[in-house]
Design a protein around this ligand. Structure first.
Ligand code: C2E
Ligand code: MG
Ligand code: MG
Ligand code: MG
Length: 285
């Protein structure tokens, strides 16, 4: 049979392929177990307004901590989670955990808007809007303190349905953001009619050392966001030069390692107090 099937069987017996398949199966098994055992946590990365010093919000980012203590980044497992049906329950957990945390901050009188990433698979799930509504209701989080981040590519699929879902979400009072903006292929006329509050400018548009001159695209993306009256957030700001370049174009809300890394809750709270103390007019000023 191996000989008769030729190329197919050769592929099947390829030791590299077999290892990959095993790795994938093993990873999927571990992922399903992790969902079951709740081995996930969220870390939060601040979004700061460099003009006013205000902390505008924090993005919740998923981390998987294995039983051996190893921390796995979402790039390693999100795609697999999406392909295997794990993403919907995992995404629900993320939403729930982030809203519970944001509601605790709100009740403590320290309301902070939380941004949650929504996978296309999760967004397309028929129960998505209802799960957002139920989560807000059960956690008591004011809808305005939740921002949902969706990708540009998601918005361009099945336009009428996406538009209807966005309107339902908007009717709940949550904010909507487009993540990694500029890396997909948005129809600009379509973008104009969507109820989007925030554009998160992908970090690939930030100037790199030695390329400071090539800011034409960054300028265009910022200009587009301003023309559409959307809030702009520059993602992945790592250096003072990048901060200055972005701010010079009029984008004042930023997120990136230059300000803070994604952090567990207690570290974020400490960071927040320190940040407030450093601002002009802040407690420590
Ligand atoms: P994203 O939503 O665009 O999140 C920003 C990513 O950039 C995060 O990576 C963050 O740690 C990283 N980052 C922040 N500042 C900087 C910087 O200054 N420099 C660099 N080089 N990177 C920076 P992370 O946490 O590994 O997440 C990667 C992606 O995985 C996210 O990109 C998002 O698409 C996805 N993801 C993360 N958490 C979730 C989740 O709960 N649900 C879903 N569906 N996707 C998630
Ligand atoms: Mg995001
Ligand atoms: Mg992003
Ligand atoms: Mg990204």
């Amino acid at each position: 049979r191996a000989k008769a099937d030729g190329r197919n069987c050769l592929r099947f017996y390829d030791p590299v392929m077999e290892r990959e398949l095993h790795g994938r199966q093993a990873l999927l098994q571990a992922l399903k177990q992790a969902v079951h055992d709740e081995q996930f946590t969220l870390v939060y990365q601040p979004q700061v307004n460099v003009q006013t010093g205000a902390l505008e919000g924090a993005e919740a980012l998923l981390r998987w901590t294995r039983t051996d203590g190893q921390v796995i980044a979402p790039a390693t497992f999100i795609t697999l989670a999406e392909q295997s049906g794990v993403m919907v329950p995992l995404g629900r957990w993320v939403l729930r955990d982030a809203c519970e945390q944001a509601a605790r901050w709100h009740r403590a009188g320290r309301g902070l808007r939380v941004a949650v990433n929504v996978s296309a698979v999760q967004f397309q799930d028929a129960g998505f809007v209802q799960s957002v509504r139920a989560t807000l209701c059960e956690t008591g989080l004011p809808a305005a303190l939740l921002e949902l981040e969706v990708t540009e590519s998601l918005l361009m699929q099945d336009v009428p349905r996406v538009q209807a879902v966005l309107r339902e979400l908007k009717a709940l009072g949550v904010r909507l953001a487009i993540d990694d903006f500029g890396t997909g292929y948005s129809s600009l006329s379509y973008l104009q009619v969507l109820p989007i509050d925030t554009l998160k400018i992908d970090r690939s548009f930030l100037p790199r050392p030695g390329e400071e001159a090539s800011q034409a695209v960054l300028r265009a993306v910022v200009g587009l966001g301003q023309a559409l009256h959307m809030q702009l957030v520059a993602e992945g700001v790592e250096t003072g030069e990048q901060r200055r370049a972005v701010q010079a174009l009029g984008c004042v809300v930023m997120q990136g390692f230059h300000f803070a890394r994604p952090m567990p809750v207690t570290a974020l709270e400490a960071w927040r107090d320190a940040w407030a103390g450093e601002q002009p007019g802040g407690p420590g000023a």
